[in-house]
Design a binder for this molecule. Sequence first.
Ligand code: F6P
Length: 318
Amino acid sequence: MEKIAVLTSGGDSQGMNSAIRAIVRTGIAHGFEMIGVRRGFKGLMENDFITLGTSDVSDILYRGGTFLQSARSDEFKTEAGQNKAINNLHEHGIEHLVVIGGDGSYRGAQALFNRGIKTYGLPGTIDNDIPLTDYTIGFDTTLNVVTNAISNLRDTMSSHERVSVIEVMGRSCGDIALQAGISSGVDAVLIPEFEWDIKEISDQLAKGFQRGKTHSIVMVAEGAGTAEDVASLIEKHSDLDTRPTVLGHIQRGGIPTAFDRIFTSRMGHKVIELIENEITGVALGMEKNEITYHSFDDIFDSENVVDKHLYQIFQDLI
Ligand code: F6P
């Protein structure tokens, strides 16, 4: 029986469990033996493997996080670290390795692929910063978490007639800020992909209060600045009472949305189909509602770009 291993690596994201479940159950249904690697590439180097049966992935579909756990590993970036991982895979007779993670994890998967291991990637990151896929795993859930958090903030900001500056994650990608900004109807979105003028924004906010607004919300992507800096700049350019909030790791938790569960179930199913068709060295994603795949090389050669049209929509809606 051919063996397929699966691991989750880098920052966790809601829907990773659902992806593992889909890979394991489809793999078993198609006659493969399924292995889980605990704690990402670290576990791969440390031989932390477990056999996964159908019932081992029960009760995880609707849970955030990853039951296999995750880690970031510097050692795995070295040749010595990769040698350990490759030896362990050979020792267990594992031919295929599915890596669920973001950009750094894909680089690890590609390194192993270049050294003869058949690897596959699933885009596991809340940041939505992987090229050649419209969505990454957990992005939709994170948008919902941020949208709900903003709703809570509105209550208190309104009572005190304040401006709330909310910092969200995303590394150098502004997608979380922009899309949660649209779904929450915020007053300004500061993202690394576009320039902004803090004086202009402060004037706009002040005008809003003069018109009778009771509060305002400004969203800042972590790649564009900190909530604290932006809040103090707004106070410098206006007489508005401003409070910074860093949403932090709250954004990476929570029950995965139906979208993230279906998206990951489809990709988990598809990766087994690719293995059966001997298509390897690829990462999966979704483009125009189709599950697609591209070589790791193509993904690294492509640039992740923010949706300019969405940014325009946001500008027209404020
Ligand atoms: O890549 C996912 C992410 O949550 C980023 O948005 C954030 O910058 C980073 O991970 C935080 O990393 P850590 O969990 O190691 O603090």
